[in-house]
Structure formats: structure tokens, C-alpha cells
Design a protein around this ligand. Sequence first.
Ligand SMILES: *Cc1c(COP(=O)(O)O)cnc(C)c1O
Length: 234
Amino acid sequence: MSTVRSNILKIKERIRRAAERAGRNRDEIELVAVSKRVSAEKIVEAAESGHLLFGENYLQEARDKFSAPPLHSLVNLKLHFIGHLQTNKAKEAIRLFQVIETVDRLKLALTLEKHLAGTEKKQDIFIQINIGREAQKSGILPEDAPKLLSRIQECSHLNIRGLMTIPPFNQDPEAGRPYFRAMKKLSQTLVQQDLLDKDGSAGLSMGMSNDFEVAIEEGSTLIRVGTAIFGQRI
Ligand SMILES: *Cc1c(COP(=O)(O)O)cnc(C)c1O
């Protein structure tokens, strides 16, 4: 069995156990395999073992990898954009990605909406929250989320699937717990304010290789895992 395949199986087992500990249904949790700076060969290994959901941080890298052989011929691939998105790349992001997880400002939302206007397409997005209030991180501050969400609700081509966050980095998985908990609380508040969960699915994209189990215990519905699947990035 390939390493990638056995890693994916191990992660899935850990997802199942974390969900069980939290009394949650395992099917509520999606696994995005983060393939930034990962070779096409390894991505093919993941696809061949049945995993078709990937996350990428860089637009050009994603385009170069997924539109060339051998990845260009894979069918039913789903790509999530998880990097910082500049407004001048919004149009291409719509073309390449089923889900854009990093919408964190009105200007970006309005630019996406403008490019989608007149089309049938509804773009799935997440709103990125800077839950750790880190100066160098993207994401909107929690207290600014209600205003942004109410404006984005007016964008008829954008479908808000939930909130996304990258908490402050820490080796200790437990360090993420208070941030994950704060995200869950923020999400619940926004649902109460009728700003989230229009279609009954207020998602929470949180948890990476070193802390996804803690994130699941605190309510994550989508984890983004790179190194634990593909190994250390070069
Ligand atoms: C790189 C990255 C990940 C994956 O990180 P790992 O620690 O390798 O699992 C997840 N989310 C985002 C936004 C990333 O940039």
C-alpha cells in the first residue's frame, strides 16, 4: 500500500475516533487533503485511493499542477482555495476552485460577486476569522464578522458555507482548543442573528495535522490536513 494511502486511512480512523469521543456523527466531518508544494505523483496516489478533495494555497501552483498531466484527467476532483486571495485573482479562483475558504473582506466578496453576476453559478465560500487576533494573519476579527456577513448575504451568487480559521501556531494540540471553542461560539451567535446557516449547514473549517482531533472535539466540520497525509513539505 502506498504511504499516502495508508496515511489517509490512519487519519480517517482518527477522525472517526475523535467524532465518537465527542458524540458526533463522523459523516459531519470532511477531510481536505492539503496538497500545496506536494508533487503530482503523490496527489495521484491520494486520488487512486479514492480521495478527491484537495486544498491549495497558491493559485498559480494549483493551476499548473491540476491542469497538466497527470492530474488534468482526474475526474470528480474538488478543490478548495485556502490561501490569501488577492482581488485581481478572484476571477481565476472562481474558475479553479469549488470552494474559496478565505473570504475575509467586503472588497473581495464584491469582486467575486461581480465576476459571477450574470452566470448561473453560485460560489461556495467560507469567511476567514482571525480568531487569535494576530497582526500578521489574514481573516476578519470576530467582532467585525456580523457586518461583513450581512453585506455578503446580499451577494446572490455567493453561498456562505461557514467560518474558517487558522489559530495561532503551537506545537501543543491542546493550545488550539480555546480558539476552536471560540469559533464554535461565534458561529452559534451568528446563526442566532440569522447571519449564518441559511440552509442548515453552518460549517466550521478548522484543524490541521497537529490539532485536527481537538478541532473535531470542539465542533469542526472540515479539517485541512497536509503533512500528516503527504509528509513534510519540501
Ligand atoms: C498548509 C495549510 C494547512 C495544512 O497544514 P498541515 O500542518 O500540513 O496539516 C491547512 N490549512 C491551511 C490554511 C494551510 O495553509
